[in-house]
Design a protein around this ligand. Structure first.
Ligand SMILES: Cc1cc2nc3c(=O)[nH]c(=O)nc-3n(C[C@H](O)[C@H](O)[C@H](O)COP(=O)(O)O)c2cc1C
Length: 349
C-alpha cells in the first residue's frame, strides 16, 4: 500500500488515476477504477451539459467513491459542461488547455481542481491559479504530450511547484509507478493501459493491435487532430502522415464545429482569432481538425475500423501484452511497485 499526497488529497486507496479519454472513459470504466481503489476520470469534451449530467449520475449509481471529470477548456461546451459538473459537486475537476475560471466555485463545495500540463512553465502558473494538484504529461503519452519526456519533465516540475503531481505518459506497470515516485510525483495516471482491459469499451481489433505493437509502433505528429499528438502506427495513421494536412476533412470538421456551436461563419472566424490571442488558446481551425481526429478516433474504438480509424496510444504499447481486468491492473501495479522499491532498498549498501 502507498500513502502519498495524491491518495490523501482525493481520499483514495491507491495512487493511480484513469486518464480522461473521450468516449472510452464511460461510467463503467470510471466506476470500476474507483471501486478498485483508483481515481476514475470521465472525459466530457465530447458531451453537451445534458450528457455530462447523465454520465455523472450513472457513475454515482455504480460507485460511492470519489471520481472526476476531464474537460479541455478551449472546446465547445466547456463552460456549460464544467458548470454541470460543479452543480453536481463532482469531487475532482481536471482540465487541460486554458485557464480555470472555476477554482473558487469548486473549492466552495470541497472539490479539487487538477490542471494538466505538458510544459514546465505552465505548472507554476496553474499552481498560482489555485490548482490542488497537477497531471504532468510527458512526450511518451498517448494523444497530446509535448516534447519533454516524463523522465525529464517530472523532476523539473517537482522542483518548481509544491502541489502534488500525477505523472502521465508512458506508465503501465509497477516499475513505472516506483520510478514516478522517485522522480518526484505522488502517483500516476494511465491511459493506454486502461484501454486494453476487460472493462474497456475499445473494439477488440484495436486491443489486439496494441498487444501486437512494439514500443516503436506509434507516430507523433499534428496531422491527426491539429495538435501534436501520438497515435498507434496503423496503415490509416501512416496514410494521414503521407498525405499531410487533410484539407477537405478539416473543412468538414470546421462546419461540424460551427454547427455544433450554433455560430455564423462570421462569428466563427472572429472567435477563432480571439482564441488565438490567449496564451494556451487554439484557433477554431484547430478545433475543426480535432473534429476530424475525433471522428476517426470514434471509428477506431467503436467500429474497430482498422483502415480509416485512428487510435491514440502511448509508447507503452510496447509493454502491454494482455487484456486483464481493471482490478488486476491496479493490484499488480501496486504489488510490483512495492517489490521494486523493496529490491532497491535491499540492494543499498
Ligand atoms: C485512446 C486514448 C484516447 C484519449 N483521448 C483523450 C481525450 O479525449 N482527451 C484528452 O485530454 N486526452 C486523451 N487521451 C490522453 C490521456 O488522457 C493521457 O494523457 C494519456 O493516455 C497518458 O499517457 P499513456 O497513454 O502513456 O498512459 C487519450 C489517450 C488514449 C490512450
Amino acid at each position: 500500500m502507498f500513502k502519498t499526497r495524491m491518495t490523501e488529497l482525493f481520499g483514495i486507496k491507491h495512487p493511480i488515476m484513469l486518464a480522461g479519454m473521450n468516449w472510452i472513459t464511460d461510467p463503467k470504466l470510471v466506476s470500476t477504477v474507483c471501486n478498485a481503489g483508483g481515481l476514475g476520470i470521465l472525459a466530457i469534451a465530447h458531451c453537451g451539459p445534458e450528457d455530462t449530467l447523465k454520465l455523472i449520475r450513472e457513475i454515482r449509481k455504480l460507485t460511492d467513491k470519489p471520481f472526476g471529470v476531464n474537460q479541455i477548456l478551449i472546446g465547445p461546451n466547456a463552460k456549460e459542461n464544467i458548470q454541470a459538473a460543479i452543480d453536481e459537486k463532482v469531487p475532482v475537476i481536471n482540465y487541460s488547455l486554458g485557464k480555470p475560471w472555476f477554482v473558487d466555485q469548486v473549492h466552495a463545495y470541497g472539490g479539487k481542481v487538477v490542471g494538466t500540463i505538458a510544459i514546465a512553465r505552465h505548472a507554476a502558473k496553474a499552481q498560482q491559479l489555485g490548482c490542488d494538484a497537477l497531471v504532468v504529461t510527458g512526450h511518451e503519452a498517448a494523444a497530446h504530450g509535448d516534447v519533454a519526456t516524463s523522465l525529464v519533465l517530472i523532476p523539473v516540475v517537482a522542483g518548481q511547484v509544491t502541489v502534488p503531481l500525477i505523472a502521465a505518459g508512458g506508465f503501465y506497470n509497477g516499475r513505472g509507478l516506483a520510478a514516478a515516485l522517485a522522480l518526484g510525483a505522488d502517483g500516476i495516471s494511465m491511459g493506454t493501459r486502461f484501454t486494453v482491459t476487460k472493462e474497456s469499451m475499445v473494439h477488440e481489433n484495436y486491443k489486439q493491435l496494441v498487444i501486437e505493437a512494439s514500443e516503436q509502433d506509434t507516430l507523433y505528429s499534428n496531422v491527426f487532430d491539429g495538435m501534436l499528438g501520438r497515435v498507434l502506427k496503423t496503415k490509416a495513421a501512416e496514410k494521414m502522415m503521407r498525405s499531410g494536412f487533410p484539407m477537405v476533412e478539416a473543412f468538414k470538421g470546421a462546419k461540424e464545429v460551427k454547427d455544433f456551436m450554433k455560430l455564423s461563419y462570421g462569428k466563427f472566424i472572429v472567435m477563432s482569432f480571439q482564441m488565438m490571442g490567449q496564451e494556451e488558446g487554439q484557433p477554431l481551425w484547430v478545433l475543426a481538425r480535432q473534429a476530424v481526429g475525433n471522428r476517426r478516433h470514434l471509428m477506431a474504438i467503436s467500429q474497430g475500423d482498422v483502415s480509416e480509424g485512428i487510435l491514440f496510444a502511448g509508447q507503452n504499447v510496447g509493454g502491454i501484452k494482455d487484456v486483464p481486468s481493471v482490478e488486476e491492473v491496479i493490484d499488480r501495479t501496486i504489488a510490483e511497485a512495492e517489490a521494486m522499491l523493496d529490491k532497491i532498498q535491499k540492494e543499498r549498501v
